[in-house]
Design a protein around this ligand. Structure first.
Ligand code: SAM
Length: 222
């Protein structure tokens, strides 16, 4: 019988946000594939989980995919985690899942759900978010104008991720494309010590100094 591939969400800061099922599953699998073994080992140590870790990241080649497939076909279960949050959401995971689904339809791929930064931010935005668009990270260079124009033109509340290096730039670019009364919500360092939120009209937010340290989710009200 084949092993199971578990896709496990992990906390985005506060380790208390791991689920009981995630801990139990991480203990029971033969191996945990993770983006950065140091990050995941810290998490596993915290919960006294002794399962070995192996790396799997966005540059992993087909031999890594086949290694995982072989373990599963041998009958051992494995887990996939990312550094934080839910694998596949602006993180590696979906290509591996597509590969395993295609290679062997009898392998069960089981989600062990938990936190994702985008849903966490949407949940406290106070905006109508029954329908929303998630646009991942803005591209690095030339395609940004097109990306932010799309953000401005979306029909529903729109969320995206941004790094500390580019948050100021992203706010400036939003100012260029959004009507000045558009409401914006910025969640910084969710679930962590310096968790903070900025909410207001884009014309006012541009004057607020959003610290350029930490991790950010930006939401635009429609
Ligand atoms: N897979 C993750 C998830 O489910 O949320 C997202 C991984 S993506 C590589 C990392 C980005 O998610 C960060 O740059 C930031 O935009 C957002 N993010 C992750 N943790 C966050 C946090 N604690 N507070 C705010 N944003 C966060």
């Amino acid at each position: 019988m084949n092993g199971i591939l578990y896709i496990i969400s992990t906390p985005i800061g506060n380790l208390g946000d791991i689920t009981l099922r995630a801990v139990a599953t991480l203990k029971e699998v033969s191996c945990v594939f993770c983006e950065d073994t140091r990050v995941t080992k810290n998490l596993l140590n915290h919960f006294d989980i002794k399962t070995p870790t192996k790396s799997f990241h966005q540059h992993s080649d087909r031999s890594k995919y086949n290694e995982i497939l072989e373990i599963l076909q041998k009958g051992d279960s494995v887990a996939l985690v990312s550094d934080a949050g839910t694998p596949g959401i602006s993180d590696p995971g979906s290509e591996l899942i597509a590969y395993i689904q295609k290679a062997n339809k009898d392998i069960n791929i089981v989600p062990v759900p938990g936190v994702s930064a985008v849903v966490t931010a949407l949940s406290v935005s106070g905006f109508p978010v029954d329908k929303f668009v998630f646009m991942g990270f803005p591209p690095n260079k030339n395609k940004r104008k097109k990306y932010f124009t799309e953000v401005a033109n979306n029909k529903y509340a729109t969320a995206f991720y941004e790094s500390n290096h580019r948050i100021e730039k992203a706010i400036k670019e939003l100012v260029e494309v959004l009507p000045e009364d558009t409401e914006v919500f910025i969640a910084r360092e969710l679930t962590k010590k310096f968790e903070s939120f900025y909410k207001g009209k884009i014309k006012d937010i541009k004057d607020i100094v959003v610290p350029n340290k930490g991790e950010f989710v930006v939401i635009i009200k429609k």
